[in-house]
Design a protein around this ligand. Structure first.
Ligand SMILES: [Zn+2]
Length: 72
């Protein structure tokens, strides 16, 4: 039997090097007093990183459609 319809959050490997990618979770400073959660995907092999995303799903979707959003 095939996988049961759960293709919502499948993380693809790195489009640049084919290496293993991973979602990491962290915090950014929203205001001087508030920290906000963010998610980003990065490649363990070539260290390509995403910009911050508000949700895990958003990060994965962005990675799968267009990895390497890194600016600078
Ligand atoms: Zn890579």
């Amino acid at each position: 039997m095939a996988r049961g319809g759960g293709m919502s959050e499948e993380l693809k490997s790195c489009p640049f090097c084919g290496g293993e990618s991973e979602v990491i979770k962290g915090h950014e400073r929203a205001t001087s007093r508030e920290m906000r959660l963010f998610y980003r995907v990065f490649c363990r092999a070539c260290q390509v990183r995403q910009l911050f995303h508000r949700s895990r799903k958003s990060a994965i979707t962005a990675w799968n459609t267009r990895a390497g959003e890194e600016n600078g």
